[in-house]
Design a protein around this ligand. Structure first.
Ligand SMILES: C[S@@+](CC[C@H](N)C(=O)[O-])C[C@H]1O[C@@H](n2cnc3c(N)ncnc32)[C@H](O)[C@@H]1O
Length: 205
């Protein structure tokens, strides 16, 4: 934990999400309002029994979309054990920092997702290299990158705190993903004519 220029406490993601584990669900409908995703469009026709990896799944907001796919294994992970413990359904859970090596074998997954997470990461190289390693050839990582305009400030017992965020440029993300050997497609997302983020599709070829 550290302080910003105005002496507001700045928490790292684990501290922050452990503290807000009971309130994160309040944001589901807001996040769902601009990120309804039909994941079937990223699969090839007739794909079934795929292995899914939701990288930083939180309390399971994406489950309603991903569980529509015909899957064999569905793995979820997060740095916050408290938030991940609220993830419903029959999934295998892993707690780790995505800045570290992933605890999975190479070429194990068909679809990886990472929604509203990379804004918390400083080291995108490790995340993209490790995701490339654990994906099977011809398969995809789908990232939703939100252009956060300001950091959220919370009050707890009258103490103000906010979460550390990194404002990555879309071209930098694209270049790093390409350096990690992904083929990359970026799809801009607009809300009322304003650019609010990107869906970034990274394919392992
Ligand atoms: C904004 S939430 C998004 C959760 C979920 N993907 C969704 O779309 O609702 C960000 C998630 O990333 C996790 N996270 C942030 N930094 C992380 C890190 N370094 N390693 C692993 N998980 C991290 C947080 O604990 C939190 O669950």
């Amino acid at each position: 934990m550290w302080y910003d220029k105005t002496h507001v406490k700045v928490f790292d993601p684990k501290q922050w999400y452990d503290l807000v584990d009971n309130e994160y669900k309040k944001y589901w409908s807001w996040l769902d309002s601009f990120c309804k995703i039909e994941f079937g469009r990223f699969l090839k026709r007739n794909d079934c029994d795929i292995n899914i990896l939701d990288l930083w799944a939180g309390d399971g907001r994406l489950r309603k979309y991903l569980s529509k796919l015909k899957y064999d294994k569905y793995f979820v992970c997060d740095i916050s054990k408290k938030l991940l413990s609220k993830h419903p359904g029959k999934v295998q859970k892993f707690v780790f920092n995505l800045e570290d090596e992933f605890p999975f074998e190479s070429d194990a997954f068909d679809l990886a997702t990472s929604f509203f997470v990379i804004e918390h990461l400083y080291n995108l190289e490790n995340f993209l290299n490790e995701t490339y390693r654990v994906l099977k050839v011809w398969w995809k990582l789908v990232i939703w990158y939100f252009l956060q305009r300001r950091e959220f400030v919370r009050k707890l017992d009258w103490i103000k705190f906010k979460i550390k965020m990194y404002k990555h440029k879309i071209d930098d993300i694209k270049n790093i993903a390409q350096d990690c050997f992904f083929d990359v497609e970026t799809i801009p997302v607009f809300e009322k004519l304003e650019l609010i983020g990107y869906i970034i599709v990274c394919e392992k070829n």
